[in-house]
Write a protein that binds this ligand. Structure first.
Ligand code: BG6
Length: 469
């Protein structure tokens, strides 16, 4: 639809940016923090590990001052489970608790709304040793305990909560990316879908816990949802795209929002003997819990076809945005209509609009964008800044589509760009930068880690300001 009259963003729309704990904080063993799977995973020689990251742990006040200068009204960050409970399910670490109180207080002092992700790829290593997400009794109890600690400490100050970051990415390619258990271990699909089911259960209990005790708070999952196109107008390709959407998007959202297993996915799991070990009462648990909105991360779209590929997929290329083949369901293919980023991700701002429309039409819940951004290898120029005009162009196009969605009546409560400051990429080191603020370090040379606003910093500041005026 061509939009003839654009609607304005609500005055209380939250304009923000995001980070995650393990990618930004550093201080990975400081003040009693326990090890997470991200701290122990093997990392390629050419990339930085996560031990120092952007040193946000020690720099958060300075960073928040810059976020305030940019005019942000929200900041999405995750809490490190092992800073709060070092071994995952035992003693509470007071220093960890204090750190997040200070961080939240600092944000609020600066007029920035905290949006807290409970879990972002950083499972406590000791819980991983006990079976991680495969060990249902252990993990559900531990996740609930950890979440209760967070709610009791922070829910009076934090209104917006996110349960699990990108459950769908963890299940679909988490073992290859070492997001799921820190190892490049191939789980069989039965075990994977059991892990996924355990996440559904844990997440549902946590949503209910918050609703029962802190009715003013709002909570949602944060999945990586993408629009999926058929490669042609062959009906079989359309069906393949529907299958891919079910596997990547709706299976997760149907379970979390509607408390139901998507029927197509159920059939796929059943036919392949991948059905999880349902327990009595599971459906009731899923049905009872309802998110208040849907948070999602969007980077790009995907294209699929029905025909089976007769090439061997280059394993290296598969990551959280590049699909693969699922025999009998869909096969991956390139989309020649889209430009690619330096790192090979398609740029598709229209897909952003399609994604929002699809979700809103299916679930009618308000949406929150928790990640959207462009990774680029960058260096400071002679003026101590980065001319990241490509990033500005990326944001402009995506925000324009967001404006169209708002104008079409889709409820969106907040947009949080990925990322506020440069942090370590989840799988491609520090050189793949996403921030509005340059952090001066390289993969191996930490330098002084001084912060320098990039051109996009001033652009975002102006963009937000104009909308408020
Ligand atoms: C999302 C994750 O999958 O993509 C982030 O939630 C991640 O943690 C982001 O950083 C960008 O991906 P990458 O691999 O380029 O850092």
């Amino acid at each position: 639809m061509e939009i003839k009259k654009f609607k304005k963003f609500d005055d209380n729309f939250l304009w923000g940016a995001s980070i995650s704990a393990f990618q930004a904080e550093g201080a990975s063993t400081k003040d009693g923090k326990g090890l997470s799977i991200q701290d122990v995973k093997k990392i390629s020689e050419k990339y930085s590990d996560f031990s120092v990251a952007a040193d946000f742990y020690n720099n958060y006040k300075e960073d928040i001052a810059l976020l305030k200068e940019m005019g942000l009204s929200s900041f999405r960050f995750s809490i490190s489970w092992t800073r709060i409970i070092p071994d995952g399910d035992g003693e509470i670490n007071k220093k960890g608790i204090t750190f997040y109180h200070n961080l939240i207080d600092e944000l609020k002092k600066n007029g920035i709304e905290p949006i807290v992700t409970i879990y972002h790829f950083d499972l406590p290593y000791l819980l991983q040793q006990k079976g991680g997400w495969s060990n249902r009794d252990m993990i559900v109890k531990a996740f609930l305990k950890y979440s209760k600690v967070l709610f009791n400490e922070y829910a009076k100050k934090v209104k917006y909560w996110l349960t699990i970051n990108e459950q769908n990415v963890m299940i679909m390619i988490g073992s290859k990316m070492k997001f799921l258990n820190g190892e490049d271990k191939k789980f069989n699909e039965k075990e994977l879908y059991n892990q996924s089911h355990n996440m559904f259960i844990a997440q549902a209990l946590v949503m209910e816990e918050l609703h029962n005790n802190f009715p003013d708070c709002l909570i949602a999952p944060a999945l990586n949802i993408v629009s999926i196109y058929p490669n042609s107008n062959k009906p079989q390709d359309y069906l393949a795209a529907m299958n891919a959407s079910v596997m990547r998007n709706w299976y997760y959202l149907d379970a979390i929002v509607r408390g139901e297993y998507n029927p197509i996915m159920y059939k796929y799991l059943e036919d392949n003997n991948f059905l999880p070990d349902f327990r009595k009462g599971d459906y009731e648990i899923l049905k009872k819990a309802k998110p208040d909105f849907i948070a999602f991360n969007y980077y790009t779209s995907a294209t699929v076809k029905s025909e089976v590929n007769n090439f061997v997929e280059v394993e290296e290329l598969i990551d959280q945005q590049r699909l693969f083949d699922v025999p009998g369901m869909f096969s991956y293919c390139e989309n020649p209509n889209l430009e690619k980023t330096e790192y090979g991700w398609d740029i598709d701002s229209t897909g952003f609009r399609i994604t929002m429309r699809e979700m809103y039409e299916r679930y009618r819940l308000p949406l929150m964008i928790t990640e959207n951004g462009l990774g680029y290898s960058e260096e400071l120029n002679e003026n101590n800044t980065v001319d990241d005009s490509y990033r500005i162009e990326y944001y402009e196009k995506h925000l324009n589509e967001l404006r169209k969605c708002i104008s079409e009546g889709i409820k969106v409560i907040s947009y949080n760009a990925w990322t506020a400051i440069d942090i370590v990429s989840s799988h491609q080191g520090f050189s793949k930068r996403y921030g509005f603020i340059y952090v001066d370090r390289t993969e191996k040379d930490l330098k002084q880690m001084k912060r320098y606003p990039k051109k996009s910093f001033y652009w975002y500041k102006e963009y937000i300001k104009k909308l408020k005026d």
